[in-house]
Write a protein that binds this ligand. Structure first.
Ligand code: DX5
Ligand code: ZN
Length: 237
């Protein structure tokens, strides 16, 4: 099968101690560090084309981190920084995140329907690994052209909660999308994000996910290393 990558979501860490929290996760057996980059604008409104109106109307109270924080963290670790861009215009972040030392750059298909070719090319030209993500309500067919196209993404992130916050409940119905993807692409990196932990990992792993993001279940556990190793075993079974 495809190698397991366990990626603690640093959104659940103590941001004031980011470097030591990152090191703690690596010491606990993490493969990647998942970095949630949000610009405070809800993706929902972007289905319409009126950017100004939507940005004013649909703020979420969650503004997280940006390139300066990635740059600071990069000075403390060589780890793979798996960046998940929940922003209205991912193209604007390619250059700054590339400079900052991001490793993976995963954008949302909902905001990149018109320019993903250019986006993928630029991400690669900055030395990052391109990925595409989709929200629970977005059909899986929308990402097929990005996996198969001239400028293919190297990972698909299937959101298993509505993006925006850690600590939400896993949506089992999203597993149909993971199964469909795995059937079509046996060696693709398929990531899941949201509500993953000891009680949901088997559903995701048996559906075919190999990259596992987990925030609250890892940071909230008394023994984070145990949760990470349990999830790795489930993927590798
Ligand atoms: C949600 C983020 C997730 C989040 C996951 O929008 O993309 O990465 O941190 O947190 P948990 O694992 O707590 O659901
Ligand atoms: Zn995420």
């Amino acid at each position: 099968g495809v190698a397991a990558k366990i990626a603690p979501s640093m959104l659940s860490s103590d941001f004031a101690n980011l470097a030591s929290e990152a090191q703690r996760m690596l010491d606990c057996g993490a493969d990647w560090l998942h970095m949630d980059i949000m610009d405070g604008a809800q993706l929902d409104g972007l289905l319409f084309d009126n950017v100004v109106a939507i940005l004013l109307l649909h703020f979420v109270p969650n503004l997280t981190i940006g390139a300066p924080v990635i740059e600071s963290l990069r000075k403390h670790t060589k780890a793979y920084l798996d960046c998940h861009l929940m922003v209205t215009n991912p193209l604007d972040y390619v250059e700054p995140l590339g400079k900052a030392g991001a490793s993976g750059f995963t954008f949302h298909v909902e905001v990149s329907r018109d320019n993903w070719g250019e986006l993928v090319q630029r991400i690669k030209s900055k030395g990052m690994r391109p990925g595409v993500s989709l929200k629970p309500g977005t059909p899986i067919e929308e990402v097929y052209p990005l996996v198969e196209g001239e400028y293919p993404v190297e990972m698909v992130l299937v959101m298993t909660v509505e993006p925006g916050f850690g600590g939400q409940k896993f949506m089992p119905e999203t597993m149909d999308k993971v199964r469909a993807l795995r059937k079509k692409y046996p060696s693709l990196d398929i990531e899941v994000d949201g509500g993953l932990g000891p009680s949901t990992i088997d559903m995701a792993a048996s559906a075919g996910a190999n990259c596992i993001v987990a925030g609250s279940s890892v940071f909230g556990a008394p023994d984070s290393a145990q949760v990470i190793s349990l999830m790795r075993k489930s993927v590798e079974e």
